[in-house]
Design a protein around this ligand. Structure first.
Ligand SMILES: [Zn+2]
Length: 459
């Protein structure tokens, strides 16, 4: 069975075919780097990282673009508040986002363009739209897209133009239609600006993604992804700009749902408490990733501390099966894909069904282990590890091994081995050897204590 994916544009699940056989181009709207991320932001990164990993596992070559919006009203606003230059604020939070993605094992994008690095492409695209009669500059230096000049506008969100409120950006008095939106905003005193044929100014948010997607993926590409809240106006306007310029743009649109609390999209105040570093005090990174990836990407994920804890317990059950299997097999399990897991993932990335498959594989693996059927155990363990790898949760992935928790576990394994050798040396009265082992351990900065229950160490 091949991959079927939902398309927001057609509102149905349909077989996925890439434009170029064997290759997939994906554009994901990345962060506006105005503040640190909360789990709602990172969920989008994880959902589409799972898509990317599944495509890779299915044999595709994937070009994955995730942009950084580093110029925006909110960045300018927060920069004043934090008393630093806007570009310094943007870089500060871009780093925090990058660290959060890395901590949760989200693969780095193939390219990660910043908006401010692509002003030339934006100005070219706007000029092209003006030449084609789809956009117009007004006397103050703003440029607007003339939404009534387009054959189809609002196909993605299914709204009617006449029902639409006027676009929030720009000045109503200078626009041809109230729904026209700004491609370029004329310079305001104290704000950053770039020179253009229409005067100094800065880009509107939507034009950034149209220009960057085209720069890296061409005039037509396979998949455009983002959060549900971006369908309108952001994605609708991206389509309007790119189609208006004569480009087919994205063939398929994928949108992930939100993390909710009490049924609502995460509020700013609550978002503060659900920052990645706060939750990493409660569970390990691999467990947080497992939790954030566990719901279907189009379903809301209702956050509660209990739900997170329960999900972490479920993950540990799978993980400990794999570790027991590794020690009884005497080697790490291979990576294999079970047919049932593939069927679930090919069904519009049905992760909940895929998790049910993993539970069954673990149960079968445990039964094989009890029956001392090591051939079956090896197969089941490989299929579990393969599934975890697609979900970004393979315990032996270097991200997790190199994390603090992973490192502690590696150290713990090594120290336990050394201590066992020391005990053995003492048992055969080779005290000099035993002391040498103890000295080596303490030289490495670990504290060793002999207790009635045996030796205990700490970092
Ligand atoms: Zn975007």
């Amino acid at each position: 069975m091949s991959l079927n994916l939902y398309n927001t544009l057609t509102r149905e699940v349909s077989p996925f075919t890439s434009i170029t056989p064997g290759k997939v181009g994906i554009y994901l709207c990345g962060a506006t780097v105005q503040a640190p991320p909360h789990i709602g932001h990172i969920r989008s990164g994880i959902n589409f990282d799972i898509l990317r990993r599944w495509l890779l596992s299915s044999g595709y070559e994937v070009t994955f673009i995730r942009n950084v919006t580093d110029i925006d009203d909110k960045i300018l606003h927060n920069a004043i508040h934090e008393e630093m230059p806007w570009w310094a604020l943007a870089q500060k939070y871009e780093r925090v986002f990058s660290a959060a993605y890395a901590q949760l094992n989200v693969m780095p994008p193939t390219y990660e363009p910043r908006a401010t690095g692509h002003i030339t492409q934006m100005v070219q695209l706007i000029s092209h739209l003006i030449d084609r009669g789809k956009a117009y500059a007004v006397s103050n230096g703003d440029v607007y897209l003339d939404v009534r000049s387009l054959d189809s506008y609002l196909a993605l969100s299914g709204q009617k133009l006449d029902d639409l409120q006027s676009a929030a950006d720009g000045e109503a008095s200078v626009k041809k239609n109230p729904q026209d939106f700004a491609l370029w905003k004329s310079a305001k005193p104290g704000e950053p600006s770039w020179p253009t044929p229409w005067g100094d100014g800065r880009p509107g948010w939507h034009i950034e993604c149209s220009a960057m997607a085209q720069a890296y993926l061409g005039e037509e590409f396979d998949i455009h992804a983002g959060g549900l809240d971006l369908i309108f106006p952001h994605h609708e306007n991206e389509i309007a700009q790119s189609n208006g310029a004569g480009y087919p743009f994205a063939q398929r649109w994928l949108h992930n749902a939100w993390v909710t609390t009490a049924g609502e999209k995460m509020s700013k105040s609550l978002g503060n408490t659900l920052r990645i570093h706060e939750l990493l005090k409660r569970v390990r990174g691999i467990e947080l990733r497992w939790y954030l990836g566990s719901a279907h990407y189009r379903s809301m994920l209702e956050y509660s501390p209990d739900a997170l804890d329960e999900s972490a317990v479920n993950f540990r059950r799978v993980e400990s099966f794999l570790k027991r299997a590794a020690s009884s097999l005497g080697k790490l399990p291979e990576l294999a894909i079970a047919d049932e897991f593939a069927a679930a993932m090919n069904d519009d990335l049905a992760v909940p069904a895929a998790l049910a498959v993993i539970s069954e594989l673990v149960r079968d693996g445990n039964n094989a282990s009890t029956a001392k059927d090591s051939a079956t155990l090896a197969i089941k363990a490989a299929q579990v590890r393969g599934a975890l790898s697609v979900l970004g949760c393979d315990p032996w992935d270097s991200t997790w091994i190199n994390s603090d928790a992973g490192l502690d576990e590696v150290i713990s394994g090594l120290v336990t081995t050394l201590l066992a050798e020391r005990e053995e040396a003492r048992a055969r009265k080779a005290f000099a050897s035993a002391d040498r082992i103890r000295d080596r351990i303490t030289e490495l900065g670990l504290t060793l204590e002999d207790t009635p229950d045996g030796p205990r160490w700490s970092r």
